[in-house]
Design a protein around this ligand. Structure first.
Ligand code: AKG
Length: 212
């Protein structure tokens, strides 16, 4: 693992160039096999009836977008049981957290595929257990493929928002005092993925720890 860590604010770290390209290729292939596998990725419909602008697959626990809570099977979609998080993904998440000086034993991994018009509105990640949130256990994310315009704000929706580019191989970690900061993806920059990956769009893996 390589790269430089930039601390945006206490508890939030952008680890640029964290994952070497060979490892990006391996992780990407593994994600494609999972997302096109027997428990496939799908486009969630959230509370209020809106369709998300990503294809999603949850590992470890399923995030139910209608109820905003985690569950062992996809009761808001096809009822299938959630696949486990592969051991190599869990090890990778631990390393990303450690590079930011934090510890994480992930029991949730969400794979999001963004097409050219993919995006995700500003939100807080607050569906993990109260103990996990109180402990400030981090959210750890890895970006693969096209660069994303990532928005990172404060703990109130109206707080000022910073925009940064998350490139293929970058990690982003926010925990401790930054754990409940608003964040989102305003757009994808098509055609910016490393050609060798052969990826259309962007894939993001986020890891969280529900149980403490
Ligand atoms: O794709 C990203 O970088 C952010 C994903 C995200 O905000 C989430 O899964 O909650």
């Amino acid at each position: 693992m390589t790269g430089t860590a930039v601390e945006l604010c206490p508890g939030a770290f952008h680890l640029r160039g964290f994952l070497p390209i060979e490892t990006q290729q391996a992780v990407f292939r593994h994600c494609v096999a999972l997302m096109d596998g027997p428990v496939p990725a799908y486009v969630p419909i959230v509370r209020g009836g809106g369709r998300m602008h990503v294809r999603m697959l949850c590992l470890g626990r399923h995030w139910n977008g209608k109820l905003y809570r985690y569950e062992p099977s996809r009761t808001d979609f096809d009822g299938l049981a959630v696949p486990p998080i592969p051991d190599d993904f869990r090890a990778l998440a631990r390393k990303m957290a450690a590079a930011a000086g934090m510890a994480l034993e992930p029991d949730v991994c969400i794979l999001n595929h963004y097409g050219a018009d993919g995006r995700m509105g500003l939100h807080q990640d607050k569906d993990e257990s109260p103990a996990s949130l109180a402990a400030g256990l981090p959210v750890v994310s890895l970006s693969l493929g096209d660069t994303a315009r990532f928005l990172f704000g404060g703990v109130r929706r109206r707080d000022p928002v910073e925009s940064l580019g998350l490139e293929s191989g970058d990690a982003f970690v926010f925990g401790g005092p930054a754990r409940l900061r608003y964040h989102g993806v305003s757009r994808i920059l098509p055609g910016t993925a490393p050609a060798v990956l052969g990826i259309q769009g962007r894939l993001n893996l986020t890891f969280r720890q529900y149980d403490t």
